[in-house]
Design a protein around this ligand. Structure first.
Ligand code: GBH
Length: 511
C-alpha cells in the first residue's frame, strides 16, 4: 500500500494571488468627470445610516492615485488585483438608452492598461453594490426584473467592449448582501425593509427574494453576451462571486443542528449557486419560502444552468448553528435557525474582531471549499475575498496599526487551510485575493473598521503604509506555491488532486 504522501498544504506554480477592493470603497472622485450618483452616495447622505457619518466621496482617493496603487501592488508582490467598476461613472444614469461617459470609461481603460503593463492580472467585478441611483428612482432597481436585466446587460456589454485585456470577469459581488442587507435588514443601500423604525418602505418577507432573482437572471444574461460576442475574441472567463461562512453544529450530537448547518449554507450560498450550476433553487428554500420565492421560466433556467466559468468565493468566518423547531418567521433569511458564536458547551468559534459578524475560524475555510467542490462537481475556483478587521485597531497609533499580528495570524492560518483544501481534498482553486489592499470605506461602518493590509492615513492626504500582514501574505504564498504541479491523472493509490501532481513522491513502507 502506498501511503498518502501529498503535502498537507501546497499550491501549483501558476497560482495567482493578490488583493481585492471595490469602487465605492476606495475611488472617491464622487462627482469627478461626470460620474453620476449611486444608491450608496444617496444612502450615505441620510443621517444615522453610516456609523461615523462619512461617505465614499473621497475614500482612498484611488480615482486620482492609480499609479500609487499599482506601485503598492508591485511592492507587495501581488500577481493579481481585483477591483470593481463604478457603473454610474461609466453610464451616469445607468440605463441602456442613457449616454456613456467617455471620461469614466477612459479611467478604467487606462487603469487596465497600466496594470497589465505592470504584469498584474486584473479581475474585474462589474457590480459591487453601487447601483446607479437613477435606476432605483426610475423603476425600483432590482425590484423591476425586466428593466434591470436589460440595463445591466447593456452596461456589461459596454465594459466587455472597452476592456479586451481583461481575462477574468465577475458579474456580481455577493448578491446576498444586496438582497438581504439592502431589502431585509435594511442597513445597506437602498435601505428597504419591514422595520419601520429604520426604513420608510419595503417588505422584508418578499423583496429580498425578488432582488436575488433579478440579479441571477442579469448574471445569466451578461454571461451569455460575453460567451457569444466577446469570449471568442478575448479568450477570457466569467463567473459570479458569492459570500458564505462555514457552519458547525451548536450541539454536535444533534441531527437537527447538523442538518441546519447545511441548510444555513444553502440559504446563504446555494440560493445563488444552485441556479448557476443546476438551474433551480435549493429544495430547502422552496420548502420554507413557498411562493415568496420567485420561479425561473424554462428559458431563464436554461440560461442560468452552467453560467459560471469559475466559482468566486468570498469567505471570512464561521458560526455555530442551532436548529429552530416550528414554523419560520416570514422575515427569516437564514433557514429557520440561530446563528451563534458559542456552542452548547460555551466554546467560542473564534476571537472577537472589530466586525460584529466576524470571528475567525480557519479550519472552516478548507471545509467550506470542499463542501462547495463536492456539491458543484469540483469547479475551478478563485477566492475573491478573505480577510479580517481587528478589535480596536482604529484606536491605535499608526505604529500600533502597522504591527497587525492578529491579521498576520489570520492570513497565515486561512491561506494554509486553503492550501490544504487544494493539496489534500482536490479542490481546484487557482487564485486568492485578500480583502483588502488597503483600509477603505467599510459601508455602514464608515472608516472606523479597517480591513486593509495597508494603513491609509485619512487625515494626511490618504497616504498608504503597508502593515506587517501585507508581507506575511507574500511569505505564506512563497512557502506553498510551486509545491504542486498540474497533471491530468491520479497516480496509483496516492491521493492527489487530479489537477495537480506532488512533485516529489517518496515511497514508504516498502510499497
Ligand atoms: C465583504 O462582505 C464585502 O464584499 C466587502 O465589500 C467588505 O468590505 C468586506 O466584506 C468586509 O466587510 O450585518 O450581521 O447581517 C463580507 C460578507 C456577508 C459580511 C454579510 C457581513 C452580514 C452580517 N458579509 N454579513 S449582518
Amino acid at each position: 500500500m502506498v501511503k498518502d504522501l501529498a503535502p498537507k498544504a501546497a499550491l501549483p506554480a501558476d497560482f495567482l494571488w493578490g488583493f481585492a477592493t471595490a469602487a465605492y470603497q476606495i475611488e472617491g472622485g464622487a462627482t469627478a468627470d461626470g460620474r453620476g450618483p449611486s444608491i450608496w452616495d444617496t444612502f450615505c447622505k441620510i443621517p444615522g445610516k453610516i456609523a461615523d457619518g462619512s461617505s465614499g466621496d473621497v475614500a482612498c482617493d484611488s480615482y486620482n492615485r492609480t499609479a500609487q496603487d499599482i506601485a503598492l501592488l508591485k511592492q507587495l508582490g501581488a500577481k493579481a488585483y481585483r477591483f470593481s467598476v463604478s457603473w454610474s461613472r461609466v453610464i451616469p444614469k445607468g440605463g441602456r438608452n442613457d449616454p456613456v461617459n467617455q471620461a469614466g470609461l477612459n479611467y478604467y481603460k487606462k487603469f487596465v492598461d497600466d496594470l497589465t503593463d505592470a504584469g498584474i492580472v486584473p479581475f474585474v467585478t462589474l457590480f459591487h453594490w453601487d447601483l446607479p441611483d437613477e435606476l432605483d428612482k426610475r423603476y425600483g432597481g432590482f425590484l423591476n426584473k425586466d428593466e434591470f436585466v436589460a440595463d445591466f446587460t447593456n452596461y456589461a456589454k459596454v465594459m466587455f467592449e472597452a476592456l479586451p485585456k481583461v481575462k477574468h470577469w465577475i458579474t456580481f459581488n455577493e448578491p446576498f448582501c444586496s438582497a438581504v442587507l439592502g431589502y431585509n435588514v435594511g442597513i445597506f443601500a437602498p435601505g428597504r425593509s419591514s422595520h419601520r423604525e429604520r426604513n420608510e418602505a419595503g417588505d422584508s418577507s418578499t423583496e429580498p427574494w425578488i432582488v436575488g432573482h433579478s440579479i441571477l437572471v442579469a448574471h445569466a444574461n451578461a454571461v451569455k453576451v460575453y460567451r457569444d460576442d466577446f469570449k471568442p475574441r478575448d479568450k477570457g472567463e466569467i463567473g459570479i462571486t458569492l459570500n458564505g461562512d462555514w457552519t458547525e453544529p451548536w450541539d454536535p450530537e444533534s441531527e437537527a443542528d447538523r442538518i441546519a448547518c447545511d441548510r444555513k449554507i444553502e440559504f446563504a450560498i446555494c440560493w445563488f449557486a444552485d441556479p448557476v450550476y443546476f438551474g433551480h433553487y435549493p429544495e430547502s428554500m422552496v420548502k420554507q419560502l413557498g411562493d415568496r420565492l420567485p420561479t425561473f421560466t424554462a428559458a431563464e433556467s436554461e440560461l442560468l444552468k452552467g453560467s459560471n466559468d469559475f466559482y468566486g468565493m468570498n469567505h471570512y468566518c464561521a458560526n455555530y448553528i442551532r436548529n429552530h423547531d416550528g414554523p419560520a418567521d416570514p422575515n427569516d433569511t437564514s433557514g429557520n435557525l440561530d446563528v451563534l458564536f458559542e456552542d452548547k458547551f460555551g466554546n467560542s468559534i473564534g476571537p472577537v474582531t472589530q466586525s460584529p459578524w466576524l470571528r475567525p475560524h480557519a479550519p472552516g475555510f478548507r471545509k467550506l471549499m470542499k463542501w462547495l467542490s463536492d456539491r458543484y462537481g469540483r469547479p475551478k475556483m478563485y477566492v475573491t475575498e478573505n480577510g479580517t478587521s481587528i478589535a480596536g485597531e482604529n484606536d491605535l497609533s499608526m505604529e500600533g496599526i502597522l504591527e497587525d499580528d492578529f491579521r498576520c495570524e489570520y492570513f497565515r492560518s486561512y491561506i494554509t487551510s486553503m492550501a490544504e483544501a487544494v493539496a489534500e481534498d482536490g479542490c481546484d482553486c487557482r487564485g486568492y485575493m485578500a480583502w483588502s489592499l488597503m483600509d477603505n470605506f467599510e459601508w455602514a461602518e464608515g472608516y472606523e473598521t479597517r480591513f486593509g493590509v495597508t494603513y491609509v492615513d485619512y487625515n494626511n492626504g490618504q497616504k498608504r503604509y503597508p502593515k506587517k500582514s501585507a508581507w506575511e501574505i507574500k511569505k505564506t504564498f512563497d512557502q506553498y506555491i510551486g509545491k504542486l504541479e498540474k497533471v491530468s491523472e491520479v497516480k496509483g493509490d496516492v491521493k492527489v488532486n487530479p489537477q495537480v501532481e506532488v512533485k516529489e513522491l517518496v515511497e514508504v513502507n516498502g510499497a
